[in-house]
Design a protein around this ligand. Sequence first.
Ligand SMILES: Cn1cc(-c2ccnc(-n3ncc4cc(C(C)(C)C)cc(F)c4c3=O)c2CO)cc(Nc2ccncn2)c1=O
Length: 268
Amino acid sequence: HDKWEIDPSELTLLEELGSGQFGVVRRGKWRAKIEVAIKMMKEGTMSEDDFIDEAKVMTKLQHQNLVQLYGVCTKHRPIFIVTEYLKHGSLLMYLRKHETTLTGNYGMLLDTCIQVCKGMSYLERHNYIHRDLAARNCLVGVENVVKVADFGLARYVLDDEYTSSGGAKFPIKWAPPEVLHYTRFSSKSDVWAYGVLMWEVFTCGKMPYGRLKNAEVVERVQRGIVLERPPRCPEKIYAVMQMCWAHNADDRPSFRGLKEELKLLELD
Ligand SMILES: Cn1cc(-c2ccnc(-n3ncc4cc(C(C)(C)C)cc(F)c4c3=O)c2CO)cc(Nc2ccncn2)c1=O
């Protein structure tokens, strides 16, 4: 009996939460009382067999700042991916919705960044690369808990518009030079994306590089031009973002190092 295989008869499907990259996601209950989110994978959007193999590994990644994968229903189509549920939805929407109360609340904004860093530091320790870290792929739960979602799933997307760096859906604005040129993903490319996520947090959800076209962003990143300091963002916090945007991946800090840097800022 595969522990990560969930019996669909133990699931109750409730309201729709949105339709992500892979199709509809609904809130639900598992064994009557556990609140879950259920991704119902649209046919042809994901390389399912590869994902099902990986699912057993993903269920073992457990950390308070990672959205927990409870299991999968693979005995029927569409397959279901069952995860923990966070009631406030995506961090990006949360930042935009609460901009007035969050602006200038550096303690809150810094705490948000530290929580994401802790989740990413755990993935780094387990040699697990997210490949699409951004505020839109983090979730907010009760008591301002923030968790990293959908880590590693990018590997199973079948849509070339998303997977190829020339595609319209490729997350260019969160990609470092080595990903733009060679699609070379690593924990250090996740660190670059984390710097952009910090910028998203300290601008309360602005779009990085505004309305610049992808080609213009690629050109700037190649020339070493990085995002400007968000208005009223403390210099010391912007300095950490700039460390994440070192052109050479080896010159960027690890998430472990970032965690120490950010904790020092918390003392200021
Ligand atoms: C666990 N979870 C997931 C979601 C939720 C809903 C719809 N789409 C998604 N998304 N969003 C993004 C997404 C991205 C990917 C990449 C491979 C990284 C490109 C792969 C996905 F599979 C998803 C997905 O499923 C999510 C994120 O997985 C919403 C929750 N919560 C709420 C609460 C209130 N309102 C709305 N959502 C929640 O708790």
